[in-house]
Design a protein around this ligand. Structure first.
Ligand code: SF4
Length: 763
């Protein structure tokens, strides 16, 4: 079994029993202020509905000086229903309007996922709509890249310039050298981008993967078949979270807050395993403080106990699975005893044994993973170990269990490829994935472009994603983008990547356009929802789907034929069929009668495999270690997620920044969390200025002492340190991704970095 970094003793905290951390041989007290702040923050929850009125009141007073704050006039009041697409949560929203001005966003009461709830980000949507960070119309760069010098141009010119560039590259026989990046959702727009790529002849479409992709891959390798993962949390009897930030923005955040309330009422035990006292850990019944990166080892030690004591569900394991005796059991029994794993995880053997027995004997136990919000997919060993636990207790496709959810992706007729398209598609993908690909590896794409591997990228189209901000190792991403001579952003906002592009063709935001939302992250029922315009576009924008169709028309040949819809609405109609009309009224369709396939059906021809099919057992269960030398960098830096910081394509709206704790951001200083013992050993006190350095970079920070983090580990939030956007966000704190390295999972190739070695010195 691999050794982890030398970190200090195990901590096990029962937050609801007593605010203290029991460690091996000594007792560490959590500072009362720290505990109260966590408990209150978690109790108030940022995703409650309605958000506490005091907060709303404070924020509205604070924001009265903003010239762009909506000031409703007298007029006709009405409510329009739609879907929020600011995260994969898929919440229904009800937007209150006075005449044609949207004045308030609330959760849609009849929506089955959020049932009237809304999170602070969803509530802040009007700031995105009316705020100063919008790109007001098409822009062309006139100065050096990233210097912020732009010239407004007409839509005709913008579309003509992109079309001419793409036509020239294609005519020269190099369509493979055009690539695109898009956001994560599986929907018609992404289908359209795929179709455009195919017809044009490029294999380099990159969709930024998330935990959903890691789970889908795990399902296909262990269960067999294609499906989305769903968790029937509402009927679970026990929840073991291996690092998933269930109350920190994981899956569908508002749904998770509601599920948590249900768990409290029903007495469902929640155990959170992670190195830091996150809000999820603070609200759990038990927090198991584990050394970072060892969550999978803990799961495998639990499997060891379950197998050794024959606590597994025999009828499922014996009749429907394979690979248990052959590989999984041997490895787990030989290498993952609780005693051996205790040395790695810092969790004592008795606790591991107790946890395994409790999990196996509970009714309807669910194990779940996906670090933090799961915006990065993570290492496959953690998904395999977690899913193996669910299989051992037979809680697959059962009520209160982990479900394989039918996919509802639209299907269109095949594209007729012309010779240019065939030539381009004959080239390998730059991320190394075999085509046709269901996943993409932007981390490997960036590495290949930066290294000048295979062939150059001549043009990059960026849709609803901000790779220069969200991907690990910002310097490498910038190096790769610098090699691409023509970058087109379709962003609605002046985000970090848009600011680094050559042309911006702004998309309307979600409150101004139509889009479908297929599936909800982690939700166990098939769903399709329609996000639709609730107000007229506030800027000179055009939906990216419409623009893409116009570019296709201009390119002619098989591209025009394959994308012959008159506009994106027609495309949506082709995808959704009859449902399109009904969704305009109902907003969402949910197959609540859905039942996942019975074991006899799903494992009839292909049994569940404890070891991913086609992969050696020791390789599948091998953890990913952090980059960096422990001698030169004695600490481990981890990035964490919080509901108060939007950290993806959408930058934090001012409301959210306002409610950030001053232990995270103080004026423009970002703070790094550190255990008081570690801080003392390094000579730091609360509020001290420090330089944090990793093998990838350095930054100036302030120190925040916090008992709720394992000694030897420091943590910084994702979502700060933007270089672009607006005065309310740019230059505040540090983008932790600047300090992180990119680590490819050895099996899946997914971005798997969960931390990096670091050191802290006096500034
Ligand atoms: S949880 Fe996500 S989808 Fe729901 S309101 Fe918040 S941002 Fe929107």
């Amino acid at each position: 079994m691999p050794e982890s970094g030398a970190l200090e003793s195990p901590l096990r905290i029962r937050v609801n029993a007593a605010p203290m951390a029991a460690s091996r041989g000594n007792v560490m007290k959590i500072d009362r202020r720290c505990f109260l702040s966590l408990a209150m923050g978690a109790g108030a929850g940022i995703a409650l509905s309605p958000l506490p009125w005091k907060l709303t009141d404070d924020v509205s007073i604070w924001s009265q000086n903003w010239p762009w704050t909506p000031v409703p006039k007298r007029g006709e009041a009405k409510t329009v229903h739609s879907v929020c697409t600011l995260c994969p949560g898929g919440c229904g929203i009800s937007v209150r309007k006075i005449d044609d001005r949207a004045v308030k966003i609330e959760g849609m009461k009849s929506h089955p996922v959020n049932q009237g709830g809304i999170c602070a980000l969803g509530l802040s949507g009007l700031q995105l709509l009316y705020g100063p960070t919008r790109v007001k119309g098409p822009l062309k760069r006139v100065g050096d890249r990233g210097k912020g010098q732009w010239m407004p141009i007409s839509w005709d010119q913008a579309i003509r310039e992109v079309t001419e560039k793409l036509a020239g590259i294609r005519k020269a026989g190099r369509p493979q050298s055009v690539a695109w990046f898009s956001g994560a959702s599986s929907n018609t727009l992404n289908q359209l981008l795929d179709r455009f790529s195919q017809a044009y002849g490029t294999p380099n479409g990159m969709r930024l993967p998330t935990l959903e992709d890691a789970y889908s891959l795990t399902l296909s390798l262990m269960n067999g078949g294609r499906a989305r993962i769903g968790f029937d949390f509402e009927h679970a009897g026990y929840v073991l979270s291996l690092g998933a930030g269930l109350l920190d923005g994981w899956g569908s955040p508002v749904r998770m807050f509601k599920a948590n309330s249900q768990w409290k009422t029903a007495g469902v035990k929640v155990v959170q395993v992670e190195p830091r006292l996150s809000r999820t850990a603070a609200k759990a019944d038990t927090w198991i403080s584990v050394n970072p990166g060892t969550e999978a080892a803990l799961a495998l030690a639990m499997a060891h106990v379950i197998l050794k004591e024959s606590l597994y569900k025999a009828d499922f394991v014996e009749s429907y699975t394979e690979g248990l005796m052959e590989g999984f059991r041997n490895i787990v029994l030989a290498d993952f005893s609780p005693e051996a794993v205790a040395k790695v995880t810092g969790v004592d053997a008795a606790t591991i044994t107790m946890l395994a027995r409790e999990f196996a004997k509970a009714k309807r136990p669910i194990a779940v993973c996906g670090r933090g919000q799961g915006t990065l997919p993570g290492s496959l060993d953690l998904f395999v170990a977690t899913h193996a636990l669910n299989a051992l207790v037979g809680n697959l496709n059962q009520p209160g269990g982990v479900w394989m959810v039918r996919e509802e992706l639209p299907s269109w007729p095949d594209v007729q490829l012309d010779s240019a398209a065939k030539t381009g598609l004959g080239y390998p993908r730059l991320d190394g994935i075999q085509t046709p690909a269901r996943i993409s590896l932007p981390n490997r794409f960036i590495q290949a472009v930066a290294a000048g591997k295979d062939y150059p990228v001549e043009a990059l189209l960026i849709v609803e994603s901000n790779p220069l901000y969200t991907l690990n190792d910002t310097a490498l991403v910038r190096q790769a983008l610098s090699k691409i001579p023509f970058i087109v952003s379709f962003s609605s906002f002046m985000d970090d990547t848009a600011a680094w592009s050559d042309l911006i063709l702004p998309n309307p935001i979600y409150l101004e356009r139509s889009d479908d939302v297929v599936g909800v992250s982690g939700y166990p029922y098939p769903t399709i929802a329609l996000s639709q315009p609730v107000v007229k576009p506030q800027c000179n924008t055009r939906p990216v789907g419409d623009v893409l169709l116009q570019i296709a028309k201009g390119l002619g040949d098989s591209v025009a034929t394959a994308l012959a819809w008159k506009d994106f609405n027609a495309c949506l109609e082709a995808s959704l069929g009859e449902r399109f009309k009904s969704l305009k009224k109902s907003v969402v369709w949910v197959d609540k009668a859905y039942k996942p396939a019975a074991w006899d059906e799903v494992f009839a021809t292909e049994r569940f495999s404890f070891i991913p099919k086609g992969i050696a057992a020791d390789a599948a269960l091998k953890p990913v270690s952090v980059p960096g030398d422990a001698g030169g960098f004695p600490l481990t830096l981890m990035a964490y997620d919080t509901m108060r910081l939007s950290n993806g394509y959408i930058g934090n709206p001012p409301f959210l920044t306002k409610i950030l704790e001053d232990t995270v951001l103080k004026q423009t200083d970002g703070l790094v969390e550190i255990n008081p013992k570690t801080a003392k050993s390094l000579g730091f006190d609360e509020g001290d200025r420090a330089q944090i350095e990793t093998p990838k970079g350095k930054a100036l920070v302030k120190v925040h002492l916090d008992d709720g983090i394992v000694p030897g580990v420091v943590a910084m939030p994702r979502g700060l340190g933007h270089e672009a956007y607006d005065a309310y966000l740019a230059g505040k704190g540090i983008n932790v991704n600047n300090l992180m390295a990119s680590v490819n999972d050895p099996i899946s190739g997914f971005e798997a970095a969960w931390g990096i070695r670091a050191k802290l010195s006096k500034a």
